[in-house]
Design a binder for this molecule. Structure first.
Ligand code: PXP
Length: 241
């Protein structure tokens, strides 16, 4: 059965709307763990629009599952990762204007910089994942850079509306997952996944873990965190039967 890691950034987005102290992403992470998820993800962005350093520090101290830190491969963030030692660092592109992470990393264009950053984190035994579009060339270059994982970007798949477009994007993801597995990379997947569109992806047995934030937090607003996480786990479980 594939694992589920829950991204709690949007709990922090709500808190930052008032620059206050609630809701606390640390509480949300604990509730997600109690509901049975396999890990927690946060993205500490350069502009600190949602997750703050304080959240990261607390999560590192209290989580009982795994902490996946999404980060830009910048010197400042590398320094933070080396001090926090997450269980996984996922390099993502970061642009100030974007609403959320909009595309995969261009590993081909930034190969040397990414390879160097991976090497630096490996010195402290931090495994590294690269968030890439479902493109076999990006996957091959991720391997060449020394990455341990790729996280396949499912955003375009999630936004596809016609049957043809969905099938085409599903196939691109399947090919990227196969390529990664063939190269010995471990595979995560995420972005834009919800309680419906995750189902066809459960056929892809090479996906080790799904990384899901917005849809779970959106449901949690109405049903509570515990129920929202359990509902997603039960869908993932049904794909394993
Ligand atoms: N994976 C990565 C690399 C991301 O940047 C995000 C968004 O923060 C997600 C997964 C989760 O996406 P969503 O919030 O759409 O589930």
């Amino acid at each position: 059965m594939a694992k589920l890691s829950v991204n709690v950034d949007h709990i922090a987005t709500l808190r930052q709307a008032r620059r206050g102290i609630e809701p606390d992403p640390v509480y949300a992470a604990v509730m997600a763990e109690l509901a049975g998820c396999d890990g927690i993800i946060v993205h500490l962005r350069e502009d600190r629009r949602h997750i703050q350093f304080r959240d990261l520090e607390l999560l590192r101290k209290i989580l009982k599952t795994r902490l996946n830190l999404e980060m830009a491969a910048t010197p400042g963030m590398i320094k933070i990762a080396l001090s926090i030692i997450p269980d996984l660092a996922t390099f993502v592109p970061e642009k100030r204007q974007e609403l959320t992470t909009e595309g995969g990393l261009d590993v081909i264009a930034h190969q040397r910089k990414i390879a160097y950053a991976i090497k630096t984190l490996h010195r402290k035994a931090i495994p590294v994942s690269l968030f890439v579009n479902p493109d076999v060339h990006q996957v091959e270059t991720a391997k060449a850079c020394g990455a341990d994982f790729v996280e396949i970007h499912t955003g375009i798949y999630s936004e596809a509306r016609t049957e043809n477009a969905i099938a085409r994007e599903w196939k691109r993801i399947a090919q990227a997952v196969d390529k990664a597995a063939h190269l010995g990379l471990r595979v995560n997947a995420g972005h834009g996944l919800n309680y419906q569109n995750i189902k066809p992806l459960l056929e892809l047995k090479g996906i080790e873990e799904f990384s899901i934030g917005h849809s779970i937090i959106a449901r949690a607003v109405l049903t509570g965190m515990d129920q929202a996480v359990r509902d997603m786990i039960s869908i993932i479980k049904s794909g394993a039967e």
